[in-house]
Design a protein around this ligand. Sequence first.
Ligand code: SIN
Length: 281
Amino acid sequence: MAGQELQIEPIAGALGAEVGGVDLRSLDADTVAAIRAAFVQYQVLVFRDQDLSPEEQVAFGRHFGELDTHPFVEMNADHPEVLDIITEPEDRTGSNFGGGWHTDLTFMTEPDLGSILYAIDVPPAGGDTLFASQLAAYDSLSDTMKSMLDGLVAVHSPDRQYGMAGQSKNSKAMVAKEGVDASRETEHPVVRTHPESGRRGLYVNPAFTTKIRGMRRDESAALLEFLYEKGSREPFTCRVKWQPGTLTMWDNRSVQHFALHDYAGHRRHMRRITVKGDRPV
Ligand code: SIN
């Protein structure tokens, strides 16, 4: 199909848009460019009523860059770039990883640019995903706070989630790989500049950030707590309610997300791919 006209409807004040008028299985270069521009602007794009095989989802993701694999979680055996996130009715949903604000893979030197999640089975109610714009959160700070944060560097580690005693060991939704060393650390600026829009945003998250370099433990903890609270305030969020066939892509360089686990007794099956990113600056 040539030149599909995107119908873009914002879903919240700070971020997020539903995009209609497009079949993600057949995109020309102009439509891909329009989706990419909307992705950078709205940070979260929601496409309804898509009918995608794993191969078609992978092909869609490749329009935006090379796909990544998760270093600590088992990928789909037939499709190594696909991660199935499955909660069965009998799984406890309160404590699984996912039920907390995070940005994917910030413990990597070059964290993923974005994630593309496709809904296969959804509960009759609940299981929504929340997103928070770290650009809007940064914009809301005073100039004095911004100039203090602009020079700071944070340490990120996968250990709290994927280490020996990590939270993901209890998760059935994503199956943790055995015997992978999660003790590594990497450093990123506390404020990153978006490589495409040039906007600045907060770049710390409670799942993977462990401390701010050069600060005492209590100072670091207090500042991080402030930034997490600021970064998840309601005016900076949007909420995606899933239906089978909904595909949502989010910009990992500018948002945090939170998968709500409020659907005990029901199945939820999502299929995720991630696009490789660059080093935050
Ligand atoms: C994720 O954290 O990437 C999964 C989000 C979701 O399952 O809604």
